[in-house]
Design a protein around this ligand. Structure first.
Ligand code: GTP
Ligand code: MG
Length: 350
């Protein structure tokens, strides 16, 4: 399952209380103060980890709760600090905080465009980057702390302060360098399988892929890029037909769009108008998305009708790079890899 946005509840640990206590020893009738300080509450920290590519872990457990600090003890014993809790996130995670008045209010709301107010908190991009999402509470002071030359028996002490908490939204800004976009059955999953070690499901019926999967494509010299296999779009996607918005949202999270077209269009469709429909859907969903760099992958060139359609494409889209391939036979894949390396290849970060 590919999870690219999720709501989580985070709570840092409370600080432990300082206590009031008196020294008790044999033959010392009036022992002085010896109440120890509390321990600090644990922090909630997010750490960027490039070995994860999505937010699935939080789908199963959408909570990050750090341990409370312990209360102080007699004999000036300081309470143990609460353990920090660390949440791993993939590079490109954007964090928002709900501005609802209380945690309960925030949890009661579902994210929608108008319903809920969010403020951006941090953009986590670099492998190893750390961010304190919720600060643990301060420890309280024991009465031992308050002794003075004039007050040898203070009953003062302070309580620990509560740890910070909040409802946060984690969102993946980028799921991959390149995204495979196309109608169902165009051969996107077959292509991802050829380019990378990913093993997406391939079948001769539409909507085989319902969750994007991301494969790593490796180039010479330790370079690489990531490619996302995005579920097929259909006409009306911009108006949310066929899970359109869900799928289109994934596309906004890629740097380069590779439009995979079934050039043979055996079922009587016209591949040129297929691509025009796709381009229009994307533009109507998000004007900016239509300005992303894009290329055409003319797939299924092993089939008969494809050659004529390729000629038609070159006339209709003279300024766009067209890469003829057969994902099934593996032809044109080296050329495509070369283009990908030039366009989005990079050394792994971290
Ligand atoms: N002849 C031929 N068939 C291909 C080629 N590439 C893919 N196919 C076939 O086309 C069908 C669909 O392939 P998929 O890779 O599942 O297509 P998809 O775009 O991922 O489809 P959805 O996940 O449903 O959106 C399968 O039967 C593939 O074997 C190709 O280059 N040539
Ligand atoms: Mg597929």
């Amino acid at each position: 399952m590919f999870i690219d946005h999720i709501r989580i509840l985070a709570k840092a640990g409370d600080g432990g209380d300082g206590i009031v206590s008196w020294r008790r020893e044999k033959f010392v009738p009036q022992g002085g103060p010896d109440g120890g300080d509390g321990g600090a509450g644990g922090n909630v920290i997010l750490v960027v980890d490039h070995s994860t590519d999505n937010l699935r872990a939080y789908h199963y457990d959408p909570k990050l709760v750090a341990e409370n600090g312990r209360h102080g003890g007699g004999r000036r014993k300081t309470g143990r600090g609460g353990k920090t809790v660390i949440g791993k996130v993939p590079p490109g995670t954007v964090v928002y905080r709900s501005t609802a008045a209380t945690t309960a209010d925030a949890v009661a709301m579902e994210r929608s465009d108008e319903g809920i107010d969010l403020e951006p908190v941090v953009d986590l991009t670099e492998d190893g980057q750390r961010f304190v999402l919720c600060q643990g509470g301060q420890p309280g002071k024991g009465n031992w702390h308050f002794r003075t030359p004039t007050n040898r028996a203070p009953t003062e002490h302070t309580l620990g302060t509560p740890g910070e908490q909040g409802v946060f939204y984690l969102e993946l800004r980028r799921i991959a360098d390149a995204g495979l976009v196309g109608f169902p059955n165009a051969g996107k999953s077959t292509l991802l399988g050829k380019l990378s070690a990913a093993k997406p499901k391939v079948a001769s019926y539409p909507f085989t892929t319902l969750q994007p999967s991301v494969g790593v494509v490796e180039f010479p010299g330790f370079r690489r890029c990531t490619v996302a296999d995005i579920p097929g779009l259909i006409e009306g996607a911009h108006a949310n037909r066929g899970l359109g918005h869900e799928f289109l949202r994934h596309i906004t999270r890629c740097r380069v769009l590779l439009f995979v077209v079934d050039m043979a269009a055996v079922d009587g469709r016209d591949p040129v108008s297929d691509l025009e429909v796709l381009r229009r859907e994307i533009k109507e969903y998000d004007e900016e998305l239509s300005r992303f760099p894009w290329k055409i992958i003319a797939n299924k060139m092993d089939l008969e009708a494809s050659a004529d359609n390729l000629a038609a494409f070159r006339l209709r889209f003279p300024k766009t790079e067209i890469i003829p391939i057969s994902a099934d036979q593996g032809t044109g894949i080296d050329e495509l890899r070369h283009i990908l390396d030039n366009e989005v290849g990079h050394r792994p970060t971290g």
